[in-house]
Write a protein that binds this ligand. Structure first.
Ligand code: ADP
Length: 461
């Protein structure tokens, strides 16, 4: 065991905020890399060059890869916000969106593209001999097929729903340890890396348990159970400099836990922005991708019953057409509900700051960032009992003095409606300040998670 200051890590990811952001992976990669570097760990962060990063290369590194994966090279750039990045250039990586065609379907060659990226990561590891390799999700997982005796390796699982299944022919190409990547005759990059990595990390402790069960493992539960204590969970953090109600440039007024008056001004600004009248009831918000995972359909019956709660609700989201249509229809039927379609960074900050309550009806949630962002802004979360929501939101009715929010019994419409009723009883007349101050005092930064990752690097290197 040794101290991680000076340890050299190759960290490979398909997303990195603010360069390429699709989901929580981007924020997690940026937050962890930033915090590790800050504490003295040397991190080479490898990201596909999707095009569109207009920065001069300070160095170009040619990579030795087989013909199917090349030619491949690395363009080293210094990004003004994130610092040094190793952009991997390989055939097929440069695209308008990392994963999706303009019509919303995945690129047909996504498996080929990320197997090439993974092969380039392996080549860079062979060249640079780091102390630790840190892989993230399936896009990077097959690097372990090409490395016969790799450095100690950590695999972080941000979303097990995506595994990179592909045709079996790939097994002949990806490298000497390809046999571990075979999956019912095809290739499954994630299952191979789960078998071979020294440590496997889910992005929350509760999700680390869920994924070892048949109902939460996305088919990989047996593979994960086989790894025993190599599997653990480390909760993600959030960037508390970006998410800071005392200085957030997106807000019309600032506040902190000692002086919450600016929060009321944000509430008024939000109501006005979406065209709702302030009727003095609790204001709840949702900020989400509109996909099956996020469970907005489970909230629909409650939207129809808002007058009974009583509560006002605003949803900001983009995604599946059928969910968008249902929300547009619901908006027409209620004067207590507003729906804003789209991905809107600025409005999202006001949605966290101006609300009393933040609702997450997720079916599954590996970690979830929005509940932490909400709590940072003194907005009380109402969540389902899944994944990282369990680790971050102790129920206030279980422990009134230490609770942070309301946890529904299960991810279903009746339980969610009953959780909203519970919130309305407990926080009616907007008696919120005690809990607001409590949740705002919590440190949601990357400091503690990064320290846990450093301890893990220590353990294996
Ligand atoms: P996931 O990665 O599964 O989408 P997370 O909760 O981990 O969910 O992270 C989602 C991130 O994207 C959060 O920072 C959230 O604020 C942001 N986000 C999601 N939907 C929107 C939207 N419609 N507009 C603005 N920001 C959004």
């Amino acid at each position: 065991m040794r101290h991680t200051v000076g340890v050299r890590v190759v960290f490979a990811t398909a997303e990195l905020s603010p360069v390429v952001t699709v989901g929580g992976l981007a924020a997690a990669a940026a937050g962890l890399v930033g915090s590790l570097r800050h504490s003295g760990v040397h991190v080479d962060v490898l990201l596909p060059d999707y095009g569109g990063v207009d920065l001069d290369a300070i160095e170009t590194i040619e990579l030795d890869v087989p013909q199917w994966a090349g030619p491949a090279s690395i363009k080293v750039v210094d990004h003004p916000e994130i610092g040094r990045i190793h952009l991997v250039v390989a055939p097929g990586l440069a695209r308008s969106h990392p994963y999706l065609q303009p019509d919303g379907q995945g690129w047909l060659d996504n498996v080929d593209r990320f197997l090439r990226f993974s092969r380039a990561v392996a080549a860079y590891v062979e060249l640079s001999h780091p102390d630790v390799v840190h892989l993230n999700d399936w896009h990077t997982a097959a690097a372990l097929a090409a490395l016969e005796s790799p450095p100690p390796t950590v695999l972080s699982l941000h979303n097990l729903a995506h595994q990179g299944h592909g045709p079996g022919e790939w097994l002949e190409r990806i490298g000497p340890r390809a046999a571990h990547f075979e999956w019912w005759g095809g290739i499954n990059p994630l299952s191979g890396a789960i078998a071979l990595a020294d440590r496997i990390v889910a992005v929350s402790p509760h999700h680390a348990i869920e994924i070892t069960t048949p109902s939460g493992g996305f088919g990989l539960d047996a593979a994960l159970r086989a790894r025993g204590s190599a599997v653990s969970g480390i909760l993600n953090g959030i960037d508390t400099t970006v998410w800071d109600p005392a200085s957030d440039p997106h807000l019309p007024a600032h506040f902190d836990r000692k002086n919450l008056s600016g929060k009321e001004r944000c509430r008024q600004a939000l109501l006005q922005h979406v065209g709702l009248n302030d009727d003095g009831s609790l204001l709840a918000t949702v900020v989400t991708r509109l996909t099956d995972q996020k469970g907005i359909d489970l909230l629909m019956p409650s939207i129809a019953m808002l007058a009974d709660l009583p509560m006002q609700l605003i949803v900001l989201g983009s995604g599946d057409r059928s969910l968008v249509d249902a929300l547009v229809q619901a908006e027409g039927a209620s004067d207590r509900f507003a729906f804003i379609e789209g991905y809107d960074e600025t409005l999202s900050h006001l949605m966290f700051a101006g609300a009393d309550l933040f609702v997450m009806p997720s079916r599954f949630e590996p970690c979830g960032l929005t509940q932490m962002q909400a709590m940072r802004y003194g907005t009380i979360p109402i969540v389902t009992p899944v994944g990282g929501l369990v680790d971050t939101v102790p129920d206030i009715d279980v422990d009134a003095r230490r609770g942070y929010g309301i946890v529904a019994r299960s991810p279903d419409p009746v339980a969610i409606m009953s959780a909203l009723h519970r919130a309305s009883r407990r926080f009616g007349q907007r008696r919120l300040d005690t809990v607001r101050k409590r949740i705002m005092a919590h440190d949601w930064s990357w400091d503690a998670p990064a320290a846990r990752y450093r301890a893990l690097y220590d353990e294996i290197s």
